[in-house]
Write a protein of this length. Structure first.
Length: 371
């Protein structure tokens, strides 16, 4: 899987830092830990030795990672940086540094499943050259033996390719469908269709999982549903903000702190206003940003008499007023931060995720932006 989003710094919430692979940070989603526990528990009843089981799991993990590297590699060839890869229990997810054009999206999405097909061919070719039995009995797949571990990895890669080619969000096939449709239909109509197909697929898998009963499938279905819903919402957000400048959504009535103010002054301002983020000024220029969390942390660590200048965030996010709002939505959604809207060095307004969601709500009810 792969997701087009903008990310400049920090990782996605709910993920643990993993490792770097060819300069791309790989992070583990917390639910990934649940999968490991599930596999360890189910392994207790398994007939095969733990060593070959572990080998199979490591192979599977590597296959998913190589799938994501396939996206990242073709993305690089298209001039798109991959900002991070997140490993979920149902597979990986690559975040791209910018929105993709249909042809780029088609190629980047196709690259992942193509890697899995190539891997399974490679595995079967190796088995053939070693005179190993490529065909496995269905009973071997259900009750794996030591001998079938390599063959299972080959089949698992075919399953990974097939599953990811399903034409529904958030699968790669859904992205390919969206890209193909957007040649003939408006882009967000194409996205909505792919997202709807994703939700239908998730519901079908969940129903099957409940009836079978295979509760792992219900778990998978939940992730597919959430992914599809997220993509649908992102598409709606894009439609509502496309072509609208950042300044139309920013907060223009706000309070600021002076760099000589103390944490106590900041705490009083936090109480007396509804604001959570305060620009810190020094002779008319913005020198930093003090958010609620940073303020509380400083209060606990340094006490109320510390100066805001010592704790404020100097590396704040600043946006130009005429930037397209649609382009910065993913950045705001991911970081959950407050951004300062600045014209050169002049502070014009604040853009927070709160006032951004209010802006989207008003747009949805037909309110025209004041540009
Ligand atoms: Zn993929």
């Amino acid at each position: 899987m792969q997701l087009a989003r903008t990310s400049e710094r920090g990782g996605t919430a709910g993920t643990l830092r993993g490792f770097n692979l060819f300069g791309v940070p790989v992070r583990l989603h917390f639910t990934f830990i649940l999968l490991v526990i599930y596999l360890v528990v189910t392994d207790l009843g398994s007939h095969q030795t733990s060593a070959s089981y572990a080998l199979f799991l490591v192979g599977l993990f590597a296959s998913v990672l190589l799938h994501e590297m396939g996206h990242a590699f073709v993305g690089m060839r298209c001039g798109v940086r991959t900002t991070e890869i997140i490993m979920f229990p149902i597979g990986g997810l690559s975040r791209m540094a910018r929105m993709l054009r249909p042809t780029e999206e088609l190629l980047i999405a196709l690259a992942g499943p193509a890697v899995n097909v190539a891997l399974s061919f490679g595995i079967f070719a190796y088995m053939y050259s070693q005179h190993m039995a490529v065909s496995v009995q269905l009973s071997d797949l259900l009750q794996p033996t030591e001998a079938s571990a390599v063959a299972r990895l080959g089949y698992a890669n075919l399953v990974l390719a097939g599953f990811n080619l399903l034409p529904a969000f958030p699968m790669d096939g859904g992205r390919m469908l969206r890209a193909l449709l957007s040649y003939i239909r408006p882009e967000d109509e194409a996205t909505r269709l792919a997202a709807w197909l994703g939700r239908m697929l998730a519901i079908s898998i969940a129903l099957y999982g409940l009836l079978a009963p295979q509760f792992m499938l219900v778990f998978f279905a939940m992730f597919i549903y959430l992914g599809a819903a997220q993509e649908g919402a992102a598409a709606t957000g894009r439609t509502l903000t496309q072509g609208i400048p950042v300044r139309a959504a920013m907060m223009t009535e706000f309070r600021t702190l002076d760099h000589g103010n103390t944490i106590r002054d900041a705490a009083n301002l936090l109480l007396s206003t509804s604001q959570q983020d305060f620009p810190v000024m020094h002779s008319g220029q913005v020198v930093g940003l003090l958010g609620r969390n940073l303020l509380l942390k400083a209060l606990a660590a340094d006490g109320p008499d510390a100066y805001v200048a010592g704790v404020m965030d100097r590396d704040f996010l600043s946006l130009e007023p005429n930037l397209d709002l649609a382009g910065i939505l993913p950045l705001m959604a991911q970081s959950g931060r407050c951004a300062l809207v600045m014209d050169h060095n002049h502070l014009l307004g604040l853009l927070t995720t709160d006032n951004l969601s209010e802006f989207l709500l008003l747009r949805r009810f037909g309110m025209e932006p004041v540009v």
